[in-house]
Design a protein around this ligand. Structure first.
Ligand code: GTR
Length: 332
């Protein structure tokens, strides 16, 4: 039987089908948030993100649901920041290092030695500076719901301990994607290669780079310690991480759901910080026991002094950093 549809009927039918399917698709998109995560199972960020999305599902009676994709399978961190901005992914656990390329104000946390220690970083990020950085990120489509810990980052390499900046001369270090880190390594006398995290192990192994820099848990779980066994405790960066949501996804929630989801995020950050402290100590113990050659640096002043031009360039490129630096330095 041939069914002849009047063209007006056809148009109406098509319009209906389109409307129904777009309702279905947007309901689906709304229902299933895709979460970007660079780390593997059991890492503090992973456990916290999984706990967050589970809790968000519970407190919204299922109006929010989602899945965390571990191991960076959704792409590199820099690409994924852009994916979150356009809504191709709905949430993520990002390091604020590469975030500075998308939100220039955030570069203040990437200024080496800006934080005195982890507690100082917490006081800054949980106070007015953290709120101002959140506002700047929101303007770029990224809603930061909570700050996670990313520990203190130090340099490690394949062939020798780094006692002073002079030991970095001629050495090629992988840095995260942010021009500021290229300047940081060059100011210390080394060469810098920006590179995605997933490529670092192989690059250290094959000599594409001589070293990199990271915190104890990442040095451990990425197995970089196997191929770059000299770890020198410069602690030049204490980088916070964020639990972030795409702005449109966020705005699609009712006010009550936003309050509940934000609380779930904050709770996940309490969990993450606790797991971080434990994981940091465990990883340090594990890699040292495996034979890593640990070099504690008594006097870091040569490293700190070398950073003056890095600060000057950052402020020149982005004058708003000046007030952020002052606020951080004035935070007790
Ligand atoms: C880790 C951080 C990751 C990623 C990685 C890197 O410590 O948690 O988000 O930034 O470092 O070096 O790329």
């Amino acid at each position: 039987m041939i069914i002849k549809l009047h063209s007006k009927t056809l148009r109406t039918t098509l319009a209906l089908v389109t409307a129904v399917s777009s309702v279905t698709f947007s309901a689906l998109a709304q229902a299933e948030w895709k979460g970007w995560n660079i780390h593997n199972a059991d890492y503090p960020v992973t456990v916290a993100m999984e706990s967050f999305i589970k809790e968000a599902n519970k407190v919204t009676d299922g109006r929010v649901s989602g899945r965390v994709y571990n191991g960076g399978v959704l792409g590199s961190q820099s690409d994924s920041i852009q994916m979150l901005q356009v809504g191709a992914i709905q949430f993520a656990g990002f390091n604020l290092g590469p975030m500075g390329e998308a939100v220039p104000e955030v570069n203040v946390v990437s200024l080496p030695f800006i934080f005195k220690n982890l507690d100082h970083m917490h006081r800054v990020m949980d106070g007015p500076v953290g709120d101002q950085l959140s506002e700047a990120m929101a303007k770029q489509g990224i809603i930061s719901l909570a700050w996670y810990d990313g520990g203190a980052r130090s340099f490690y390499n394949t062939s020798k301990p780094i006692q002073t900046p002079a030991d970095m001369k001629g050495e090629k270090f992988r840095v995260m994607n942010n021009e500021l880190y290229v300047g940081m390594v060059e100011a210390l006398g080394g060469n810098a290669t920006p590179m995605a995290y997933s490529e670092v192990y192989q690059s250290l192994k094959t000599g594409v780079v001589d070293g990199a820099e990271n915190n104890w848990p990442s040095y451990d779980t990425s197995n970089h310690f196997e191929v770059a066994p000299y770890y020198s405790l410069t602690e030049h960066l204490i980088l916070p991480e964020c639990l972030c949501v795409n702005v449109k996804t966020w705005n699609s929630l009712s006010e009550a759901d936003q309050v509940a989801v934000k609380k779930a995020a904050r709770d996940s950050s309490v969990l993450q910080r606790k797991l971080w402290a434990e994981g940091d100590a465990e990883s340090r113990k594990k890699v040292l026991a495996s034979g890593v050659k640990f070099n504690e640096i008594q006097d870091k002043s040569a490293f700190q002094d070398a950073m003056k031009p890095v600060y000057a360039k950052a402020v020149k490129d982005n004058p708003t950093l000046k007030s952020f630096i002052e606020q951080i330095q004035n935070t007790q």
